[in-house]
Ligand binder design. Structure first.
Ligand SMILES: Nc1nc2c(ncn2[C@@H]2O[C@H](COP(=O)(O)OP(=O)(O)OP(=O)(O)O)[C@@H](O)[C@H]2O)c(=O)[nH]1
Ligand SMILES: [Mg+2]
Ligand SMILES: [Zn+2]
Length: 336
C-alpha cells in the first residue's frame, strides 16, 4: 500500500542531535512498538473499519487517543485482535501525521471543524450539469478548501446527458484545473470510466459535492462489485426511495495504488477555518491581477487592483463577482 512505512520507528525514536543511543533504546521507543499499520476505510458510530495488510479489521479508538478522532484516509497504528474475524475488535493507539486534511465547517460562522478526509491527494469536486442545478458557489468553496488543505482539485461534471457543460466550462474550463465530463451512457459503456481513471491512477481522491450529483454512481462504476463487498457500503434509503450516502468510504482502485473516497452529499461548505487571505488561491485566473494591489489587500476593498484588471479584459467578470461574494460571506460569516 502506498506511503506505508513512511512513519517507521526511526522517526519516532529520533532524539536530540548527538544524544542518539545514549539512553537505552527501549525507553524511548513508542509504547506500542508491535502495532500494525492500518488505513481507515470507513467510520460508523465509533467503529472504524480498517485495512491491515489485506484484512478488513474492525477497531475502536484506544483511551490514550483522548479526543483525537481518526477519519477516513487516516493511517493508524493498531493493536489487539487483528484477525479480522467476525466480532473481533482491535484498538487504534496512534494516528499518524497527515499529509493533507480536508476540513469544513457547517457554516462560515461555525467554529466547529470537521475533518472530512485525511491524506487525500486530490479533491474531485462533483457537480451535476442538471438535477440538481449546478451551483458555482459550492465549487468555489470546495476549491478554497482543497488549496487550504493541501489537495489538488479535479472538476467532475456529471449528467451531461441532461444538460451541456458549456456554461460551467466557460467559468472553469480555462483554469489550470483538470476536468472531466461524464454522462449516464458513458458511465455504462465504460468510456467515461476510462477518462476519469486517467485522473485518478496512483492517487487518493476524495469525491465531494451536493447530494444527488452522482458521486456514488461514479465511484461504483470505478470500483467493481467484488471490491466493494468487503466494506459494506453505508447507504440510507431516503423518504423518496433514493439512496443517499451517510458516511465516507474509501475503496481501492484495481490495477493501481490509487483509492477513491465516496462522501455524503454536502448542503454547505463552511470555511470558518480558512484565512480570508487564502481564498484568492482558489481563483488562479484572478491571482495575476493582484500584483497591482496595495499590501495586504483583502481584494474586497476600493483600492483593489482586480476591478481595473478585469475591466481590461484579463478575466471573466463573473469570476471576480464569485470571489467577492465568497469574501463577503466570509466577512459577514454567512452560510452558503
Ligand atoms: N441522467 C443521469 N443521472 C445520473 C447520472 N449519474 C447519476 N445519476 C442519477 O443521479 C441520482 C443520484 O446519484 P448518486 O450517485 O446517488 O448521487 P450522490 O452524489 O452519491 O448523492 P448523495 O449520496 O446523496 O450525496 C441517481 O438516481 C443516479 O442514477 C448521469 O450521468 N446521468
Ligand atoms: Mg452517494
Ligand atoms: Zn486586491
Amino acid at each position: 500500500m502506498r506511503r506505508y512505512g513512511k512513519h517507521t520507528d526511526e522517526d519516532d525514536i529520533r532524539t536530540r542531535p548527538g544524544r542518539r543511543n545514549t539512553r537505552p533504546r527501549t525507553n524511548i521507543r513508542p509504547k506500542h512498538e508491535d502495532a500494525a499499520e492500518g488505513l481507515v476505510l470507513t467510520v460508523d458510530r465509533g467503529r472504524l473499519t480498517c485495512l491491515v495488510e489485506d484484512r478488513v479489521v474492525m477497531a475502536m479508538k484506544a483511551r490514550e487517543l483522548g479526543r483525537k478522532a481518526a477519519v477516513v484516509g487516516d493511517r493508524v497504528a493498531i493493536v489487539g485482535d487483528l484477525t479480522g474475524k467476525k466480532d473481533s475488535l482491535a484498538r487504534i493507539v496512534r494516528i499518524e501525521e497527515r499529509t493533507s486534511v480536508l476540513r469544513r465547517t457547517a457554516d462560515d460562522d461555525d467554529p466547529f471543524e470537521r475533518v472530512v478526509v485525511a491524506n487525500a491527494d486530490q479533491l474531485a469536486v462533483v457537480t451535476a450539469l442538471a438535477d440538481p442545478e449546478p451551483r458555482p458557489r459550492l465549487i468555489d468553496r470546495c476549491l478554497v478548501a482543497a488549496y487550504a488543505g493541501g489537495l489538488e482539485p479535479l472538476l467532475v461534471l456529471t449528467k451531461s446527458d441532461l444538460a451541456p457543460p458549456d456554461k460551467l466550462l466557460e467559468l472553469y474550463g480555462h483554469l489550470d484545473i483538470p476536468y472531466v465530463v461524464t454522462s449516464r451512457e458513458e458511465l455504462q459503456n465504460g468510456t467515461a470510466v476510462a477518462r476519469v481513471r486517467e485522473q485518478l491512477d496512483g492517487k487518493i481522491t476524495a469525491f465531494v459535492g451536493h447530494s444527488g450529483v452522482g458521486k456514488t454512481t461514479l465511484v461504483n462504476s470505478l470500483v467493481p462489485e467484488e471490491q466493494r463487498r468487503t466494506t459494506g457500503h453505508v447507504n440510507a434509503v431516503t423518504g423518496r426511495g433514493r439512496h443517499t450516502t451517510t458516511s465516507a468510504l474509501a475503496l481501492p482502485l484495481s490495477g493501481s495504488d490509487g483509492w477513491v473516497i465516496d462522501t455524503p452529499g454536502l448542503r454547505s461548505f463552511g470555511l470558518h477555518h480558512v484565512d480570508p487571505s487564502q481564498v484568492i488561491h482558489a481563483f488562479p485566473d484572478l491571482e495575476p491581477g493582484t500584483e497591482g494591489c496595495p499590501r495586504a489587500c483583502s481584494h474586497d476593498e476600493p483600492d483593489c487592483a482586480l476591478d481595473a484588471w478585469v475591466a481590461e479584459g484579463h478575466a471573466d467578470p463573473a469570476r471576480l463577482y464569485s470571489l467577492r461574494r465568497l469574501l463577503a460571506t466570509r466577512e459577514r460569516k454567512e452560510g452558503d
